[in-house]
Design a protein around this ligand. Structure first.
Ligand SMILES: Nc1nc2c(c(=O)[nH]1)N[C@@H](CN(C=O)c1ccc(C(=O)N[C@@H](CCC(=O)O)C(=O)O)cc1)CN2
Length: 283
């Protein structure tokens, strides 16, 4: 029988957080407490949960978090003003604007206002461009999490065919770029892609980033494929049909307990990285 590995995101997330503890202590001993500002706009319950999870994760590591909750009726201008205030605040090292925002807001315009040095969530076009070119800035956290899981489990990317299903600005596009930089051959699929199952069937590595529950089926997969599910649909349902994909895959992330927890750990890591860069400016 084919050996199966369940790629345990909690294990990877804890490993990252363990590595951050001493760095936070060191920063604090030098007078800097890393601080993440989270901006939540409106009343989406899932977004509120994710922001709360991020704040709690910060607290457990001794990282400060400043939680800003703006009303559902917030305008683009008001949101941009909030972001600019956080850009100017010397005590804030990272800014996270929770996606999605209410429809009257130009989300892209708001993301673009985040200073590059505080873009720990990798949402600006500068951050994306630098990630794509392989420079050392903060990639978006879910793409970074996917790469981190592969690194933790020694999954080879060089020369492998990775099929990314989805092309969103903070997930499908940057994860495609990161995999390309790791010498994978990358096919990025989207809603106009023809014969998606046939493309997925060619993949050594499948990245599910489509935002549709249980969308990718086991009978699309090549036997032994590695599957990373970045879906976070209501009810904690991933983008892959877990049971049928588990049967065909050699390694797979579950939902919950896969990519999600690592996403949050990468956000903490980027915030600590940013605080350390800030400290380095003074010494
Ligand atoms: N600005 C951003 N917005 C959004 C991002 C992002 O990276 N930046 N990602 C997603 C949602 N997300 C973080 O914001 C996120 C979703 C799910 C999880 C997670 O750990 N889920 C758990 C289960 C959660 C539960 O028990 O309720 C899991 O998979 O085990 C983390 C982060 C959209 N917006």
């Amino acid at each position: 029988m084919l050996e199966k590995i369940i790629l345990d995101g909690n294990l990877v997330a804890n490993d990252i957080k363990e590595g951050l503890k001493e760095r936070v202590v060191q920063l604090k001993s030098q007078g800097i407490t890393p601080c993440l500002a989270t901006v939540l706009v409106g009343n989406d319950p899932s977004s509120a949960t994710y922001v709360k999870m991020k704040g709690n994760a910060c607290a457990r590591l001794g990282i400060d978090s400043r939680r800003i909750h703006l009303p559902e009726t917030t305008t683009t201008e008001e949101l941009i003003k909030t972001i600019n205030d956080l850009n100017d605040d010397e005590t804030v090292h990272g800014i996270l604007l929770q996606h999605p925002v209410p429809s009257q807001i130009d989300e892209r315009a708001a993301f673009e206002e985040i200073s590059l040095d505080k873009d720990v969530d990798g949402v600006t076009s500068w951050g994306y461009g630098q990630t794509a070119l392989g420079f050392g800035v903060y990639p978006s956290c879910t793409p970074a999490a996917i790469l981190k899981i592969m690194e933790y489990y020694n999954i080879e990317t060089k020369g492998k065919h990775a099929v990314v299903v989805g092309r969103s600005p903070i997930l499908g596009k940057p994860v495609s770029a990161l995999l390309l930089n790791k010498n994978a051959t990358v096919t990025t699929c989207h809603s106009y892609t023809e014969n998606l199952p046939k493309l997925v069937e060619q993949a050594d590595i499948v990245i599910a980033a489509v935002g549709k529950p249980s969308f990718i089926k086991g009978d699309w997969l090549k036997t032994g494929a590695i599957v990373l599910d970045a879906g976070y649909n209501p009810g904690n349902i991933g983008d892959v049909e877990y049971e049928s994909c588990f049967e065909k895959a050699s390694a797979i992330t579950p939902v919950p307990g896969g990519v999600g927890p690592v996403t949050i750990s990468m956000l903490l890591k980027h915030t600590v990285d940013s605080a350390e860069k800030k400290l380095a400016q003074f010494v």
